[in-house]
Design a binder for this molecule. Sequence first.
Ligand code: ATP
Ligand code: AMP
Ligand code: MG
Length: 196
Amino acid sequence: MSESRYVVIVTGIPGVGKTTVINTAVDLVKEQHGEDVIVLNFGTEMFEVAVKAGQVKDRDEMRKMPTAQQRANQKLAGEAIAEKAKSARVIVDTHTLIQTNNGYLIGLPEWVVRAIQPKTVVLVEAESEKIAGRRTSDETRTRDAQAITDIQIHQEMCRGAAVSVGTITGSTVRIIKNREGKVEEAAKELAETIME
Ligand code: ATP
Ligand code: AMP
Ligand code: MG
């Protein structure tokens, strides 16, 4: 009998459009297959932990906290997500590499992904210049300024980090391009992965 895996982890650098593509894909799956997909946002789980502990007031402050604190919150959030992700068709909206004041924090260390056992890790990518533009025009969030060349490097490193998750868990790794003004195209690919 083949194993059952239902969780798709969606990653990509800040402002690439993960949340937008996920929301569109969930609507598409509902429309075309009549199925509900549960979306779990790792940042939201961590934010709840951080707010309860009185550590931050805004989700974009979390990556500035001491990394030991971020790791502790990440562990709690990861456990909560793994527990909730037991139901069918779940998407986890998160990051593979979080830019902190002390280098990149690994978003999906082995103790987090081993518990979740994803079917696929999706890496959402876009042109670096477009990502810079999306960050600037989105006033709902406080995203960090990053030189275009650094955005490029960050995206390249995310490919390596996504492959690491695949190595640990046996998941597939799928790159989805979120082209400017073409959210629906990216969402269609994500919907295929969810329903595979
Ligand atoms: P974070 O990691 O910080 O949560 P994110 O990857 O979830 O970021 P979104 O919040 O989905 O990114 O999108 C960032 C901004 O880019 C939003 O204003 C969104 O409307 C816009 N955006 C998303 N996809 C596209 C696209 N294909 N073309 C143009 N704008 C887009
Ligand atoms: P997001 O809304 O996806 O940008 O998430 C908000 C914040 O949550 C990020 O800026 C990070 O500080 C934190 N976060 C999200 N996912 C992870 C993760 N897997 N590990 C550590 N921190 C994370
Ligand atoms: Mg988001």
